[in-house]
Design a protein around this ligand. Structure first.
Ligand SMILES: [Mn+2]
Length: 366
C-alpha cells in the first residue's frame, strides 16, 4: 500500500500537520514510517479513520490514555468503551451539578430546589426547650428544619454557655439546604470546625468567656442518607420497628468507666463525677466529634435531647412516650413535661422527628 506524506495525510484527514505531530508525540497516532534521514512522517491510508477518531475523541474531552485505548480498539469494543466513558462523565457531571447547587444555596443563604434530586423521604419534626425549674438561664440551643436537626447544650456559666451553644447552632444553620448525599459528612465536619474557630475568637476577644463550650448532637438529611454528628452528652435515639435505640455514646467520665467495666450501670446515677464531660466543642482542646452516615427509613422516629431529659427521666419512660405518642409535637411536649415532673434541675430540650414517605401527587381514581 502506498504511503502518504504528512501533507497528503493532513489534507485527507482534515487535521493540521501540527496536530499530527502532536498526536505522534503523545503516542496517540504513530506514523507508519519515519524517514531516517529527513525525519518526514509517512502514513498509511488505512490510518485515516483512526486519525479522525483521535480528533473527535479529543474534542469530546477524553483523557489521552483513554483515547489510545478507544482509537485502537475494534469498532464494537470502541463503542462499548465510549459508552462506559460517557456514563461516567454524566455521573460525575451530575454529582458536580448537585455540589454546585448546594454551594450556590450555601453562599447565597437560599435553598436551591433541585426537583430531580429530591429524596423519597421527608421529616415531620417538633422542637421543645424549657429552662427547667432550677436554672436561671437556658443554655440549651436547638434548631429544627426540613433537613437539619440540632441540639446544643452550652456550658461555662453565666452568659458563656448560652453564647457557645448559640454559636454552634448558627454555624450549622446554613446546612439546612440541599446538601448532596456525598457531601453530608464533609459539610458537617466543616461546620463544626467553623464553630470551634468561632468559639476561639470569642474567647480571645473576651477572656471572661474562657472555659466555655457546648455539646452538639445533630442530624443532616439528603435523600435517604442521614449524617450524624455528635460530641458531648446530649443524645440521639432512633425508634425503628417498635424498638428504641440510643445511637450516640455519651462522651462522659461515667460512660467511659462503664465501658471499661470499672463501674456498673446501677452506679452511674450516684457517681460523684456524673456530669463530667470528656469531650465537647470548646475554644481549645479536643473537638473531634463522632461522625457517622446512616440510612433513614420511612417510619423511623428520631429523638435528639439534652441531658436535662435523660439525666432525670428513666429510659423506659422516654421509650414509652416515643412509642405511644404519634404526634411529634405532642411527644416532644410530653417528654419535657416528664422532666419537669422530675424536678427539672437542668434545662431540657427535645426534638422529635418522624421520617415519612414524600407526598406524591395523587392520581385520580376511576
Ligand atoms: Mn444540660
Amino acid at each position: 500500500m502506498a504511503l502518504m506524506s504528512s501533507g497528503e495525510f493532513a489534507r485527507a484527514s482534515g487535521l493540521s500537520r501540527k496536530a499530527l505531530r502532536l498526536y505522534d508525540e503523545l503516542n496517540l497516532l504513530r506514523p507508519a514510517e519515519v524517514d531516517p534521514v529527513s525525519q518526514y512522517r509517512r502514513y498509511l491510508p488505512t490510518q485515516l479513520e483512526q486519525a479522525r477518531l483521535v480528533a473527535w475523541l479529543r474534542r469530546l474531552g477524553m483523557p489521552l490514555a483513554k483515547i489510545r485505548e478507544v482509537s485502537t480498539a475494534p469498532r464494537a469494543s470502541a463503542a462499548a468503551l465510549l459508552t462506559a466513558y460517557w456514563d461516567q462523565v454524566e455521573a460525575e457531571t451530575s454529582a458536580r451539578r448537585e455540589l454546585a447547587a448546594f454551594l450556590i444555596g450555601y453562599l447565597s443563604g437560599r435553598d436551591i430546589q433541585m426537583q430531580e434530586t429530591q429524596g423519597p423521604l421527608a421529616i415531620r419534626y417538633a422542637v421543645q426547650t424549657d429552662i427547667g425549674l432550677r436554672r436561671e438561664d437556658n443554655e440549651d440551643a436547638a434548631y429544627a428544619g426540613a433537613r437539619l436537626l440540632a441540639v446544643a447544650d452550652g456550658m461555662g456559666g453565666h452568659a458563656a454557655g448560652e453564647l457557645a451553644s448559640a454559636a454552634v447552632i448558627e454555624a450549622l444553620r446554613p446546612l439546612d439546604t440541599q446538601v448532596p448525599a456525598g457531601e453530608l459528612l464533609n459539610a458537617l465536619d466543616h461546620a463544626v470546625r467553623l464553630a470551634a474557630r468561632k468559639l476561639s475568637s470569642m474567647v480571645q476577644s473576651d477572656p471572661a468567656l474562657s472555659g466555655m463550650g457546648t455539646t452538639l448532637t445533630a442530624l443532616l438529611w439528603s435523600g435517604s442518607q442521614l449524617a450524624l454528628v455528635h460530641i458531648g452528652d446530649s443524645r440521639a435515639y432512633l425508634v425503628r420497628s417498635g424498638e428504641v435505640f440510643q445511637i450516640t455514646n455519651d462522651h462522659t467520665m461515667v460512660q467511659s468507666l462503664l465501658d471499661d467495666g470499672k463501674i456498673t450501670a446501677a452506679e452511674v446515677a450516684s457517681h460523684p463525677q456524673r456530669s463530667l464531660i470528656l469531650r465537647a466543642l470548646v475554644a481549645q482542646g479536643n473537638c473531634e466529634p463522632d461522625l457517622e452516615l446512616r440510612e433513614a427509613q420511612p417510619g423511623d422516629r428520631y429523638l435528639l435531647s439534652s441531658d436535662g431529659l435523660h439525666e432525670v427521666v428513666p429510659a423506659a419512660a422516654i421509650a414509652d412516650v416515643l412509642l405511644s405518642v404519634a404526634d411529634p409535637d405532642r411527644a416532644a411536649k410530653d417528654l419535657v413535661a416528664l422532666a419537669i415532673a422530675e424536678g427539672a434541675p437542668d434545662n431540657v430540650t427535645c426534638i422529635v422527628a418522624d421520617v415519612v414517605a414524600q407526598q406524591v401527587p395523587a392520581v385520580a381514581a376511576v
